[in-house]
Design a binder for this molecule. Sequence first.
Ligand SMILES: [Ca+2]
Length: 92
Amino acid sequence: MSELTELESCMVQIIKIFHSYSGVHCKLRKKDLKELINSQMSTFVKQIQDTKTLDLIFKDLDANHDSEIDFSEFSALIAMVTSACHASFHEC
Ligand SMILES: [Ca+2]
C-alpha cells in the first residue's frame, strides 16, 4: 500500500480503535461502547456515568436493533460527534 494521506491515516485509526474495543466479532456490546466513549472520546463527549444515558445512546446507534453496534452504526456516532465538534470550532 502506498503512503496514506493524513485523512486516510485518521480513517485507519478509527477502524483500529473500533476493533480494539469490538474484538474479533467486530461488534460493540453495551459495555464496549461505554468503555470506548469514556476512554477515547473523553474531551468531546461527556463521560457516561449512568445506565440510562448509556441505554439511550446505544438504542439511538443500534439502527438494526440487534443489540450490538457494528462499524457502520459506530460510524454514525463518529460523524455526529465530528460534526458537533466542527460546529463548536466555528463558535470560537
Ligand atoms: Ca446493531
